[in-house]
Design a protein around this ligand. Structure first.
Ligand code: HEM
Length: 504
């Protein structure tokens, strides 16, 4: 008995030390949080849900209810003004819609991409994902080196040469739509445009022939899984530790691995072709290989770095444009008068012509306006983040350095103070004679880290839309929601199901 007591008291003592240390750590963290609150609480913002978790319970609740976080951000922006604060644990994010501050932050290379968001995208639940690829790389020198090498693959000269591929892949979609019209079957437009944009990027960037409108492929599902996982990984810090999410996390890691192993195979094949002196295209893949070291000095990290960019272009070059196209078709389905006007322009400019030239595309100005207005209401990449390292003043509010700053083009695009009657779809806002929005419209971001693929994406979108309008009448199947699903990027929840008829 005495031995038992001795052991018990020794065990209790041994346990007391870690419990005490844990308590002290908890106390120190609490004090640190208090200090952070005192430092930033003069910035207006909604009341915190909890001292420790900040606003994350509200954000988590919105995501759980499959609602749109960005709509809440609009509400807060209307209530708290052009700069307000959010807290998540000890992290502070200032949400900015002030045009002057937007200009300062986006146009200057001084404001680096934010660690909190972009470093998280390096991995997805422990599996390397975007790594140091062009979208996520933070280090300025490393970014600049990559961007300089990539630029030629997006020059006007190079893009002109891609018009043939855009035409050819868009024709496959037209064949599919012709089948739907002949057989009187409904067309899931989001799925179809996703196939086209993935086909296009795979072909022009990596020389891969996926032909997704005919063949089945694991890639669309893998991309969707990665994007869904990305949202939880960034916004819910506890997600990873919940055993209920284990299966989802395993699937996300596998999806991510599939993209990277595919990249490794494609890069290996291209390198062999280059070594054999074969004539290879000067496409994105060739440029990616150039961003890495030469064969003699190639390290494992260099190999991984090439895969980072493979995944980056595979995803950045596809989902964004597909969602823009789907939202555009949805809005045209809801506005017959705008549909009529844009169709008339297409008829006047291209008539019955099948192969559209770069010049034809340039003449479709009203279609450009429609596509711009689509991105105002549905900014498919809604939020971007930068670091504010030094103190600054935004709209009279002092912002102490050391915070993340979120700029949200979905929010700015839907604020009454920037766009009158913001929920009205009105392409005339982007008429060439209309005043240009002042730093409140930036679906492709602005400044040095603006989207590299903007012209690529809009050329591709115009070719697809022009052919669709030229050949088919489409109408939305009734009973669909016009709500938005948030997968980090925005997509139409209803998937835009249409009935299709050949035009007379
Ligand atoms: C409608 C279509 C698209 C939209 C709305 C869009 C939007 C954006 C936005 C907002 C950024 C800045 C991200 C940030 O600062 O965090 C970005 C960056 C980027 N986008 Fe796009 N994008 C589109 C299509 C494309 C396409 C088709 C490609 C490639 C073929 C592409 C490649 C890139 C790259 C490489 C970057 C990083 C640029 C850099 O930091 O130097 N994007 N895009």
């Amino acid at each position: 008995m005495a031995v038992f007591h001795l052991l018990w008291s020794l065990g209790a003592k041994a346990l007391l030390i870690p419990v005490f240390l844990l308590f002290i750590a908890f106390l120190i963290y609490g004090l640190y949080l208090k200090y952070i609150h005192m430092k930033y609480d003069h910035i207006p913002g909604p009341p915190r849900d909890s001292f420790f978790l900040g606003h994350s319970p509200t954000l988590k609740r919105i995501m759980k209810n499959d609602e749109l976080v960005h709509d809440k951000l609009i509400e807060w922006s209307e209530t708290y003004g052009s700069v307000y604060r959010l807290n998540v644990l000890h992290f502070v994010v200032v949400c900015v819609t002030c045009p002057e501050a937007t200009k300062e932050i986006l146009m200057s290379p001084k404001y680096l991409k934010d660690k909190f968001v972009y470093k998280k995208l390096y991995n997805l639940f422990g599996q390397r994902f975007f790594g140091n690829g062009l979208v996520t790389v933070q280090n300025h020198e490393l970014w600049y080196k990559q961007r300089r090498i990539m630029d030629p693959a997006f020059s006007t000269l190079y893009l002109r040469g891609l018009i043939g591929t855009f035409n050819e892949r868009a024709e496959k979609l037209m064949d599919k739509l012709a089948d739907a019209a002949d057989n009187n079957t409904e067309a899931n437009m989001l799925h179809l445009v996703n196939c086209v944009t993935l086909d296009v990027i795979a072909k022009v960037a990596f020389g891969m022939d996926l032909d997704l409108l005919t063949n089945s492929s694991p890639f669309p599902k893998a991309i969707e899984t990665c994007l869904n996982a990305m949202v939880y990984y960034i916004r819910d810090l506890t997600f990873e530790f919940n055993p209920m999410n284990r299966r989802f996390i395993k699937e996300a890691r596998e999806a991510c691995r599939l993209l990277r192993t595919t990249g490794a195979r494609v890069i290996r094949e291209r390198k062999t072709a280059m070594q054999n002196g074969e004539d290879v295209p000067k496409d994105i893949l060739t440029q990616i290989i150039k961003t890495a070291a030469t064969e003699e000095t190639m390290t494992e990290e260099d190999e991984e770095f090439m895969l980072d960019n493979f995944v980056t272009f595979f995803i950045a070059g596809q989902e964004t444009t597909a969602n823009q196209l789907a939202f555009c078709i949805m809005e045209l389905g809801r506005h017959p008068e705008i549909l009529e006007k844009v169709r008339k322009e297409v008829d006047d400019v291209i008539g019955m012509k099948q192969d559209l030239s770069y010049e034809d595309i340039g003449k479709l100005t009203y279609l450009s306006q429609v596509l711009k207005e689509t991105l105002r209401m549905y900014s498919t990449v809604p939020g971007i983040s930068r670091e504010i390292q030094e103190d600054m003043v935004i709209d009279g509010v002092h912002i102490p350095g050391g915070v993340s700053c979120m700029l949200n083009s979905y929010v700015s695009g839907r604020l009454e103070r920037f766009f009158k009657d913001p929920l009205k779809f009105d392409p005339d806002r982007f008429h060439p004679d209309a005043p240009r929005p002042y730093y409140c419209y930036y679906p492709f971001a602005l400044g040095p880290r603006a989207c590299l693929g903007q012209n690529f994406a809009q050329m591709e979108a115009k070719v697809v839309m022009a052919k669709l309008l030229q050949r088919f009448d489409f109408s939305l199947v009734p009973g669909q929601t016009f709500e938005i699903r948030d997968t980090g990027m925005l997509r139409p929840k209803s998937r835009v199901v249409c009935s299709i008829k050949h035009r007379k």
